[in-house]
Design a protein around this ligand. Structure first.
Ligand code: XIL
Length: 340
């Protein structure tokens, strides 16, 4: 049996699909995804720059295939993401008038949610609206409309499909200040009588941070709002976190670059064991709070195509997922399966 069956009484275990997965270019890989995962998220193809490239132009070819894949495999299908400042359609980014932006948002949300009404089980309605200090990010939506854009987005989504779950999704939601910001954001929407069903914690984590205590406290803080908690983009980087270095330093200092990419060929056994332990600790806390958790989705299936090979430093070799570059299950996979 796979993870999907092992965890079926706890929560959905999902993965993110890239273009090749959706087109099913590799049948072994498609079969593995169907066996191991009970939920899918589109890694890129549903973002506004791909799905809504011009004002009245929508591209549904790939998303149709994505939803069909999920239905064929009897999966919980997630929509990612309606309103996001990044990978934003350029025509929307260039709007400077508040009425025009509200109209653009409304037609974007309503058209897409309507298109997959009854077929997409949950949506990331707004993605990454918060700064690290918990204030609202100065996005194209905030600049034009102000803080109201959040409640408006959830209202339009709820009106269009009252039966799909509506999530607020963000990264670093374990950090104290940002966590407080997210709690306030959810409460503001609830206080207006508008439907919000869940908080998605992205879960782009590291081998030694955040702590298990921070993860647990955050799950409880969101669950206490009466909403579901999803872990939406889980991967655990084993590489040094380079966020403190400026870009120029990274590209020009070769010794530094080597330090940033310490395992160019393979992950040493000692690190495989460390990663397995880290995943096991993380899943223990998920299982402890399984009544609050709707879904745990990995940000990809195998290390080969993980976005962390290129981010935040291009060309690094990372090993953050459950399957290796040959699609073989890693010790991390075994450690999660062994908990059931
Ligand atoms: C990432 C994808 O994985 C990359 O392929 C793409 O180049 C950039 O976006 N937060 C999100 C995701 O909500 O959509 C991002 O996905 C990762 C960070």
């Amino acid at each position: 049996t796979g993870l999907r069956d092992a965890y079926k009484n706890s929560f959905h275990v999902g993965t993110a699909l890239n273009r090749d997965d959706i087109l099913q270019t590799d049948s072994l890989r498609s079969a593995l995804i169907g066996k191991e995962f009970s939920s899918i998220t589109a890694e890129n193809i549903m973002k506004s720059m791909f799905m809504h490239p011009e004002k009245d132009v929508y591209q549904f070819d790939m998303s149709d295939k994505y939803v069909e894949f999920g239905e064929k495999n009897n999966m919980f299908i997630h929509g990612h993401t309606l309103i996001w400042h990044s990978q934003l359609a350029p025509w929307m980014r260039s709007i400077s008038d508040s009425t025009e932006m509200a109209q653009a948002m409304e037609s974007h949300i309503k058209t897409i949610v309507e298109k997959y009404k009854g077929r997409i089980n949950s949506w990331d309605v707004v993605n990454e609206a918060l700064n690290e200090d918990g204030t609202l990010r100065n996005s194209a939506f905030y600049k034009t409309i102000g803080s109201e854009y959040l409640a408006m987005a959830f209202k339009w989504a709820a009106e269009t499909d009252p039966n799909t779950d509506l999530y607020y999704n963000d990264y670093n939601l374990t950090n104290k200040a940002k966590r407080a910001g997210a709690v306030k954001l959810v409460k503001d929407i609830q206080s207006k009588g508008i439907k919000i069903d869940g908080v998605g914690m992205q879960g782009h984590w590291h081998i030694d941070s955040p702590s298990i205590e921070e993860i647990e406290e955050s799950i409880l803080d969101y669950a206490n709002l009466g909403v579901k908690v999803a872990i939406t983009e889980l991967d655990v980087s084993v590489l040094p976190n380079p966020w403190n270095l400026v870009g120029a330093e990274i590209s020009q200092n070769f010794e530094n670059n080597k330090k940033l990419n310490p395992y160019p060929e393979a992950l040493p056994d000692s690190m495989q064991v460390k990663l397995a332990k880290r995943y096991s600790d993380i899943f223990k806390v998920f299982l402890k709070h399984q009544d609050k958790i709707s879904r745990v989705t990995f940000w990809g299936t195998s290390d080969k195509e993980s976005w962390l090979n290129d981010f935040p430093v291009r060309g690094r070799t990372n090993y953050p997922l459950l399957f290796d570059r040959e699609l073989k299950p890693k010790a991390a996979y075994d450690s999660i399966l062994a908990l059931k």
